[in-house]
Write a protein that binds this ligand. Structure first.
Ligand code: MOS
Length: 750
C-alpha cells in the first residue's frame, strides 16, 4: 500500500547518498570550532576540583599578567545573567538552570568557577591552569547505589498489580542497574560568540537552534531579534547538544567584556563534567504470569540520580505501559540527588535503560516458564494501547519478532545453558524488543523554485549527521522532479523559518508536512501564474484545478500531485520563479495523541561467542527488524540503526562513567579510559525495515528512526550471555569478573 506518486517513488524510499557528504569528507563543511573571525579571542574555563563546598578564594592576578591574556572573568566581573522563566520547549529549555558563577557554591566536580580570555587557545589554557582556587569543602555523594529521595511518584497504573503479583503462580522480582554513560560525539561542544552592537550571533554545536536562541535571549536579557544561533554541521550529539549548557553564556560574556568575538571549545574531559550524561538508573521489576505465559502483572519502580539543583528525570517507565498486554500494572519513579552535573537526554532517554530492565525481565520470566522468549512476547501482544485505550496508528511488533527470528535462524535455538557450540566456541542467543514514541514538533519551511531550474528549501532545524539535508531535498525532488543535485538545502540558523529540535527522532515526521506544504505552494504559484498569462505549455493547467489549494490540505488517499507534468512545472518555473511556505503543528500536546497511540517498534536478535578458556566474549552478530513506518532514505536509515546497535554493544559491555569517591570527579574522562564500542567490536549487522507507512501520522507515513535502534540491544546481549555462560548480569556493563563468577556482592551493590 503506497500513496506515493511515480516521481516521489523515484526519490523517496530510495537509498540516496547524503547530499552533504562530499562537503564533509573534503573538509568544506565548517563546524563550530572551525569558525574563524577577525580579532577572534579564545576562552578556556577553570573548573572546580571539588564536588561539594564553596569557593573560599580565587587568585588570578598572576594568570591575568601572563602573555596574551585579556581578562579572567569570575563572579565579580562576568556581568548579568538571568534564569529562564520556566522550562518550555517553545520558549527555552535547559537541564542546568543555574547560570554560571551565580553563587560561590560548588555542587559538582568540574563546575565552572572562572574563565580566561586570551589571544590564543594555548595562552588561555596556560593561564587557566595558573588560576588558584581554594575551597571550603563539604561532604559529597556520587554513589551509584540509589534510594529515592521522598515518596515515589506513580507514573502509570491500571488494575491492582500488587495483588495480582502476590496471587500469581509464576513471578520474578529483580533489580536492574544501568550506569552513568557519557555522550561522546567526536565533535566537541563549542560556542563562538560575536557581538555586533547590542546583538549577538552564536555559532553553536546545537541540536536545537531555536531553543538555544530562546534560552540565550532569556538568560542574557535580550529580545529575540538580538540573538541569532547558527549550527550548520554537527559531528553528532546523541542528546548532549539538545539544550544550552553554561559555556555558551561564558563565551557571550567574554565577547561582551572584550568587545571581540570569542571561541570556547569544551574539552573532552569537560564533556564528562559540564554537558550532561545519562544518569545511573536502578529499576526493580516485578512480573507475574499464568503458567501459559499470560502476563498478570507488571510493576516497574525506577530511580535515577540527578544533580543537586536540577530535576532531570530519566523516564525509564515510558514504554512499559504500552509494550505488552497486562491487566495490572504500576510504574513509579523517584529521584536521588548526587553531586554530579545535570544529567540530560542521551540517545533514547528513558526507553533505553527502561527497556534494558523490561526486556531483561521478560527474558528471565521466559526462562522461568520454560518458554521461548519470542513466544512469550507474541503471547502478550496487546490489541490496543492499554494505558489509554486508544488504537495504535500502526503497530507491527509481532511481524518484527517473526521476521527477525526467521532471518536469525531462531528455530535452531537449543535453550540449555552452554548447549550451543560452533568452531569450539560456546554460543549464546538472546532477544529484545524495542519501542520508541512517534513524535512530531512544529515546523515551518520555505521552498523556492528558481528561474535557473534549481530549487532551494530552508528550515531552521539541524542535521546532526543523520541525513536531514538529504531528506529535505528528497521531499522537494518528489514534488517537482528537480534532481537532488540541483536542490540547495539550508538548515541550522534561527534566521530561517522555525524548525524542530533534532531530538526524539522527530525531525523527519515534523518536516514532512511543512516541506510538502511549502513546495506545493510554490508549485501552485508557478502554475497559476503560467495559467493566468496563458503561457502554460501544459494546456490543462488551470490554477483552480490544482490539488493543493492553499497548501494546507492533507489528502491521505490521493497521490500528492498537481496534475501538472513535472517537466512542465520546471519549464514554468523558469519563467515564473516562486517561493512557497508551509507549516505544521506538533509537540508533546499533539492533538493526534488524543486519538491514536503512535510508536515505532522493533526486535533485536543477538548472538555472542564465549571462549571460557581465555574468558573472551564477543558479540558476533545482530539481526534487527524495525517497524518505523515509511523509510524515506533506507541508506541513511540503516546507518542510524547500525550505529545504534553498535552503541548497544558498548552499552552492554563497555560504557560506564566512573566517579572517584575521593573527590567526586568523573575519573575515566577521556576516550582511552571510557570505552565505547569500536569497529573491532562491531558484530555482523543485518537491519531490515518493515515497510508499513503510518499514514495516520503524516501522508508519507514516516515515523522516526535512530534512537529506537539502541533500545533492547543490551537486554538481548545479556540474555545471550546467560545462555552461553549461565551468568545473569543485571548491572551493566557486563564485566569479565561477572563471567569468571567473581563479581562480589559489594560491587553488585555499588
Ligand atoms: Mo536525542 S537523546 O533526543 O538527541
Amino acid at each position: 500500500m503506497t500513496t506515493l506518486s511515480a516521481v516521489q517513488r523515484a526519490v523517496i524510499g530510495q537509498p540516496q547518498a547524503r547530499i552533504d557528504g562530499p562537503m564533509k569528507v573534503s573538509g568544506g563543511a565548517i563546524y563550530t570550532s572551525d569558525v574563524d573571525l577577525r580579532e577572534l579571542l579564545h576562552a578556556v574555563p577553570v573548573c572546580s576540583t571539588i564536588a561539594s563546598g564553596r569557593i573560599a578564594s580565587l587568585e588570578f592576578a598572576a594568570a591575568e599578567a601572563m602573555p596574551g591574556v585579556h581578562v579572567v572573568l569570575h563572579r565579580g566581573n562576568v556581568g548579568r545573567f538571568y534564569r529562564i522563566s520556566g522550562n518550555s520547549m517553545d520558549t527555552g529549555y535547559v537541564d542546568e538552570a543555574r547560570p554560571p558563577f551565580e553563587d560561590d557554591v560548588i555542587r559538582y566536580y568540574g563546575q565552572y568557577v572562572a574563565v580566561v580570555v586570551a589571544d590564543t587557545f594555548e595562552a588561555a589554557s596556560a593561564a587557566a591552569a595558573a588560576v588558584k582556587v581554594t575551597y571550603d569543602v563539604t561532604a559529597h555523594d556520587v554513589g551509584e547505589a540509589l534510594a529515592g529521595d521522598g515518596e515515589p511518584k506513580v507514573e502509570s497504573e491500571r488494575g491492582d498489580a500488587a495483588r495480582a503479583f502476590d496471587a500469581a503462580a509464576m513471578s520474578i522480582d529483580e533489580t536492574y542497574v544501568t550506569p552513568v554513560e557519557t555522550h561522546n560525539p567526536i565533535e566537541l561542544h563549542a560556542t563562538v560568540a560575536h557581538w555586533d552592537g547590542d546583538a549577538c550571533t552564536f555559532y553553536e554545536t546545537s541540536q536545537a537552534v531555536s531553543n538555544h536562541q530562546g534560552t540565550l535571549m532569556q538568560m542574557l536579557g535580550l529580545p529575540r531579534e538580538k540573538v541569532r544561533v547558527i549550527s550548520r554541521y554537527l559531528g553528532s550529539g546523541f542528546g548532549g547538544k539538545l539544550w544550552m549548557w553554561p559555556h555558551s553564556l561564558l563565551a557571550a560574556a567574554a565577547a561582551r567584556y572584550t568587545g571581540r568575538p570569542v571561541k570556547l571549545v569544551v574539552s573532552r574531559k569537560m564533556m564528562f563534567q559540564n554537558v550532561g550524561h545519562r544518569p545511573v538508573t536502578q529499576q526493580r521489576m516485578r512480573l507475574s504470569a499464568d503458567a501459559d505465559g499470560t502476563l498478570t502483572s507488571v510493576r516497574h519502580d525506577f530511580v535515577n540520580h540527578t544533580a543537586m539543583a536540577d530535576e532531570y528525570q530519566e523516564s525509564c517507565g515510558e514504554i512499559t505501559p504500552v509494550l505488552y498486554s497486562v491487566p495490572n500494572l504500576r510504574v513509579s519513579s523517584a529521584l536521588a540527588r548526587r553531586h554530579v552535573g545535570s544529567p540530560t537526554a542521551m540517545r533514547g532517554p528513558g526507553a533505553v535503560p527502561g527497556l534494558f530492565a523490561l526486556e531483561s525481565a521478560m527474558n528471565e520470566l521466559a526462562r522461568k516458564l520454560d518458554m521461548d522468549p519470542v513466544e512469550l512476547r507474541l503471547k502478550n501482544e496487546p490489541r490496543v494501547d492499554e494505558s489509554t485505550g486508544l488504537p495504535f496508528s500502526s503497530r507491527h511488533l509481532t511481524e518484527c519478532l517473526r521476521a527477525g527470528a526467521e532471518k536469525f535462524g531462531w528455530s535452531q535455538r537449543q535453550p540449555g545453558v552452554g548447549a550451543m557450540k560452533r568452531d569450539g566456541l560456546t554460543l549464546g542467543w538472546g532477544v529484545g524488543a524495542c519501542c520508541w514514541p512517534g513524535v512530531r514538533f512544529s515546523a515551518q519551511a520555505t521552498v523556492e523554485l528558481r528561474a535557473d531550474g534549481t530549487a532551494r528549501v530552508v528550515c531552521g532545524t539541524q542535521d546532526i549527521g543523520t541525513g536531514t539535508y538529504t531528506i529535505l531535498a528528497q521531499l522537494v525532488a518528489g514534488e517537482t522532479g528537480v534532481p537532488l543535485d540541483r536542490i540547495e538545502v539550508a538548515l541550522g540558523d534561527t534566521a530561517l523559518p522555525l524548525g524542530p529540535i533534532s531530538g526524539g527522532s522527530a525531525v523527519t515526521a515534523s518536516v514532512i508536512p511543512a516541506v510538502l506544504d511549502a513546495v506545493r505552494a510554490a508549485v501552485a504559484i508557478v502554475t497559476a501564474r503560467a495559467a493566468a498569462l496563458s503561457e502554460s505549455p501544459f494546456s490543462g493547467a488551470k490554477a483552480g484545478s490544482l490539488a493543493f489549494g492553499a497548501g494546507r490540505v492533507h489528502r491521505k488517499s490521493e497521490p500528492p500531485q498537481s496534475g501538472v507534468p513535472f517537466s512542465d512545472i520546471l519549464k514554468m518555473a523558469r519563467m515564473h520563479a516562486a517561493s512557497g511556505s508551509g507549516s505544521a503543528k506538533g509537540g508533546f500536546d499533539d492533538p493526534l495523541k488524543k486519538s491514536y497511540s503512535v510508536y515505532s517498534y522493533g526486535a533485536h536478535f543477538a548472538e555472542i561467542t564465549w571462549q571460557p578458556e581465555i574468558a573472551q566474549l564477543r558479540v558476533s552478530r545482530v539481526v534487527t527488524v524495525i517497524d518505523a513506518g515509511k523509510i524515506l532514505n533506507p541508506r541513511a536509515g540503516r546507518n542510524q540503526i547500525e550505529g545504534a546497535v553498535v552503541m548497544g554493544v558498548g552499552m552492554a559491555l563497555f560504557e560506564h562513567t566512573m566517579y572517584d569517591p575521593q573527590n567526586g570527579a568523573p575519573i575515566n574522562s577521556n576516550l582511552a579510559d571510557y570505552i565505547i564500542a569500536s569497529h573491532a567490536d562491531t558484530p555482523a549487522l543485518d537491519v531490515t525495515f518493515l515497510d508499513h507507512p503510518d499514514t495516520v501520522f503524516n501522508e508519507i507515513g514516516a515515523r522516526g528512526i535512530a534512537e529506537i535502534g539502541l533500545a533492547g540491544v543490551a537486554a538481548a546481549i545479556t540474555d545471550a550471555v546467560y545462555h552461553a555462560t549461565g551468568v545473569r548480569v543485571r548491572k551493566l556493563p557486563v564485566m569479565i569478573e561477572d563471567l569468571l563468577g567473581e563479581r562480589s556482592e559489594a560491587r553488585r551493590d555499588g
